[in-house]
Design a binder for this molecule. Structure first.
Ligand code: SAH
Length: 262
């Protein structure tokens, strides 16, 4: 059996070698929550997997894109059997994988961390909780409240459906090879929102348009939506910038824009 997996930069491989941190990440998946299945994305050499497999409250399935990792993990954890998937998480059909709710965990490959979160959002009613390691900057952005300079598109979309907790910061020295940036672990727990209370497609457009020109007032960044509609542009939202609006404000703004756009 090979002793290690050769770290490949293009796959975002930085292997965590601090067992206490690994255990803390796994413990952050609160077993009191309603799930019996866990999906680990990017197990690498299995530093988190070994703790996940000690749990009896849930059953873990793992997916990694790296064949060398997969071969290593098959030998290291023979008990996983068919719960080890060789492939790209972004192409994985989550509806077919489990016919029940499941949690997501991982020390994620940083180059696809936003896409992992968008995919979770698409399947939000099946994913009650996600615990993940992100680039610190991304973690801060996701957890940022309104009126914060890192609050942005991903913060609004995620916070609409999940409660975000920034759990702890992780120093680059605990990885092999060390990444160039610090990391952080966050927990996203599904909130009670089933429907946003507005047209969701328009909500996405409005939030994106607002933040794409985040230094402008919403009157300017949303011009195409309020064009020729002076009656709505007098609303106080339009003198504000996107980062000043809460999720609820964006819902209200979307309704305002939609109603007047008819
Ligand atoms: N969890 C491990 C490894 C983290 S490195 C640890 O903490 O040590 C990120 C891992 O994600 C690597 O094993 C890499 O092969 C895997 N990976 C990268 N892109 C992926 C993708 N699209 N789908 C699944 N796994 C991916």
């Amino acid at each position: 059996m090979r002793e290690t997996v050769r770290a490949k930069k293009h796959l975002g491989q930085h292997f965590l070698n601090d067992l206490t941190i690994a255990e803390n990440i796994v413990e952050a998946l609160n077993p009191a929550l309603q799930f019996k299945k866990v999906l680990e994305i990017g197990p690498g050499m299995g530093v988190l997997t070994q703790f996940l497999l000690q749990k009896t409250d849930y059953e873990t399935t793992i997916i990694d894109i790296d064949r060398e990792s997969i071969a290593f993990l098959q030998k290291k954890f023979p008990s996983l059997e068919n719960r080890i998937i060789s492939g790209d998480f972004l192409k994985l059909n989550l509806e077919d994988l489990f016919n029940e709710q499941f949690a997501i965990i991982g020390n994620f490959p940083y180059n696809i961390s936003s896409q992992i979160l968008f995919k979770m959002l698409e399947h939000r009613d099946k994913v009650p909780v996600l615990v993940g390691m992100f680039q610190k900057e991304v973690a801060e952005r996701i957890a940022a409240p309104p009126k914060n300079k890192t609050y942005g598109i991903l913060s609004v979309f995620l916070q609409a459906f999940y409660t975000i907790e920034y759990l702890f910061t992780v120093h680059e020295d605990v990885f092999t090879p060390p990444p160039r940036v610090k990391s952080a672990v966050i927990r996203c727990t599904r909130n009670k929102t089933m429907e946003l209370g507005c047209n969701e497609i328009l909500f996405v457009k409005v939030v994106k348009a607002g933040f794409n020109q985040r230094r402008k007032t919403l009157r300017n960044s949303l011009k195409p939506y309020i064009h020729d509609k002076p009656e709505i542009s007098s609303h106080p939202f339009f003198t504000k910038r996107a980062e000043e609006l809460s999720v609820e404000d964006f819902v209200e703004l979307t309704n305002l824009v939609e109603k007047k756009a008819l």
